[in-house]
Design a protein around this ligand. Structure first.
Ligand SMILES: [Zn+2]
Length: 240
């Protein structure tokens, strides 16, 4: 009844199964993976720290990510933040729990976020931090910015993506100095929505390392499934 009423008023339907009603129905939400796995891209950019992802980038998750990033469906940030929180947990399992986590969102292309007045990745990381904060100290810091010019990565291959983003990001010092004052010791995780070739994550990692902050891992909502004989990307949908 509620879903039908919502559909009547909002004209929405589930991004997973197209059922009229909520943008993500209860069944599709339950079907989302809750278990993160190492998601190494093939080929792996040299020096990339371990990337973790909670879902493969298809089906409902793909719709959620695209809707959140490109269609202004900002209410998806909570579900996406929950998936990202699982990846953050997995990436930090072996780390000293008394040391805070410092989550650094991958920056949007210059201008992209400002045009919309909403930074999708940063908002999603903040939602994930809210979940993880119940278990350990965590802070989100926009330490890395994109200085462009970088073209949209869609449609580019692994090498082109690497060439496109290399050297495109940097860590402006005021933000960094502020964080280092507050968090002199922290485990740094790079956070993003999707790991595709790993080029973006590797560039964020490089920009952080250039100012002396070495990330210990990458946490992402999803990873693309490689069609080549790459590593198996982990289990299918799990409940819980
Ligand atoms: Zn559904």
């Amino acid at each position: 009844m509620l879903d039908e009423a919502l559909d009547l008023f909002l004209g929405s339907s589930c991004v997973g199964c197209s059922r009229p009603g909520r943008m993500l129905c209860a069944r599709c939400r339950e079907g989302l993976s809750a278990q993160a796995f190492p998601a190494w891209p093939t080929p792996t950019p040299a020096g990339l720290v371990t990337p973790w992802a909670t879902a493969s980038y298809d089906g409902a998750v793909r719709e959620l990510v695209v809707g959140h990033k490109d269609r202004g469906q900002w209410s998806h940030r909570r579900v996406l933040g929950g998936l990202l929180a699982s990846a953050v947990r997995a990436a930090s399992t072996a780390l000293d729990p008394t040391v805070p986590l410092l989550l650094v969102p991958a920056p949007s292309r210059r201008g992209a976020g400002r045009q919309r007045g909403y930074e999708p990745t940063a908002e999603m990381v903040t939602a994930a931090a809210r979940v993880v904060r119940t278990e350990r100290r965590v802070v989100v810091a926009d330490l890395v910015v994109s200085r462009g010019p970088v073209v949209d990565q869609t449609g580019l291959g692994a090498r082109q993506r690497g060439d496109n983003v290399r050297g495109s990001m940097h860590c402006p010092s005021p933000g960094l100095a502020r964080v280092c004052r507050r968090w002199p010791v922290a485990h740094v995780l790079v956070c993003d929505d999707v790991v595709t070739t790993g080029a973006t994550a590797r560039e964020v990692q490089r920009a952080l390392e250039a100012v002396g902050l070495a990330p210990v891992g990458i946490a992402a909502v999803a990873a693309t499934r490689r069609r080549s004989h790459g590593p198996v990307l982990g289990p299918g949908p799990l409940r819980g």
